[in-house]
Design a protein around this ligand. Structure first.
Ligand code: NAP
Length: 281
């Protein structure tokens, strides 16, 4: 039997074991997947154990911490400076980032394009990736942040101008106006247990075509409810969570999935969330 893990701290009631077990079932691979939560002071002593696994996933706070301990980085991880998947072959540890591919597959399954005016709400880890990827795909990008994050967002804007050579606007999330092809929420506003909140006023959706919320708990956030009511195309974070896990299986053992197989797992996971109140990873 092969052994896989998710490392992070804390891990709470992560859905990752259920998602990966469903994928291993599709793969026809005899493997287990467990949560391995340990505090930062135990990080280096955990490495011997991690090297004996077939592969592992990495979440907060170790997405950057793990980098110096790896033998090599895939382009995806080097670009975003963060690792969420590690493959182990012949003792060589390779760091990859499947968040981006998970995001791209999730929006493409909903026929949402990045080659439009894209407004990213938030400039943290996920917001950074959404903004860079939107710019890479030809999007005209605006990053909307609260005043306390302005400096961080300007650093990101400078990086995008230098790396990708396109213009990018930073604005105040509290006074967001305009018409966008796509609005992406990369803030935790509206996440369980503080549901019913949205980072932006619903009026912004009047001129918006599509909305992606990277929060997956609840499946439909207040932001998505407002957007749906305004007639926007909508997609939620569970799609990205399951697709990024599927991309890890492609890396670990070359698995390929039909959209319908992944859609089935997304539905199963949303049902699981409804059955139990689960805090986020
Ligand atoms: P992060 O690095 O902490 O960034 C969060 C961003 O949201 C920061 O820019 C933060 O601004 C901003 N923010 C927080 N509270 C805000 C508020 N009340 N109003 C406006 N902006 C606010 O977090 P992250 O790792 O990017 O994650 C963000 C969200 O994405 C989380 O809900 C996470 O669960 C979700 N996520 C989902 C997936 C998936 O697969 N579906 C993957 C990754 C992340 P400050 O800098 O001012 O605090």
């Amino acid at each position: 039997m092969q052994h896989y893990e998710l490392i992070g701290h804390p891990l709470g009631h992560s859905l990752s074991p259920e998602i990966h077990r469903a994928l291993f079932k599709l793969d026809g691979i005899d493997a287990d997947y467990r949560l391995d939560a340990f505090p930062p002071e135990d990080f280096s002593s955990r490495l011997t154990h991690l090297k004996q696994l077939s592969g592992f996933n990495v979440t907060i706070p170790y997405k950057r911490t793990i980098v110096p301990y790896l033998d090599e980085l895939a382009d995806s991880a080097a670009l975003y400076g963060a690792v969420n998947t590690v493959s182990i072959r012949d003792g060589i540890l390779t760091g990859c980032n499947t968040d981006c591919i998970g995001f791209l597959r999730a929006i493409s399954a909903h026929h949402i394009s990045l080659n439009t005016s894209v407004c990213v709400l938030g400039a943290g880890g996920a917001g950074r990736m959404f903004a860079i990827e939107s710019a890479r795909q030809g999007g005209n990008v605006t990053v909307a942040v609260r005043k306390s994050s302005y400096e961080k967002a300007e650093v990101l804007a400078k990086e995008i101008r230098e790396k990708i050579g396109c213009e990018i606007t930073v604005c105040d999330i509290e006074n967001l106006t305009g018409c966008y092809g796509l609005i992406i929420n990369a803030t935790p506003v509206g996440m369980s247990p503080k549901t019913g909140r949205s980072p932006v006023d619903a009026t912004i959706f009047q001129g918006t075509e599509a909305v992606f919320d990277c929060i997956y708990n609840p499946a439909e956030t207040q932001l998505l409810k407002d957007a749906r009511k305004a007639g926007c195309k909508v997609a939620g974070g569970m799609d990205m969570l399951v697709w990024q896990a599927a991309a890890a299986h492609e890396i670990w053992h070359g698995s390929q999935y039909e959209d319908a197989q992944i859609a089935n797992i997304i539905t199963q996971m949303n049902d699981l969330l409804l059955q139990k109140e689960r805090p986020n990873e």
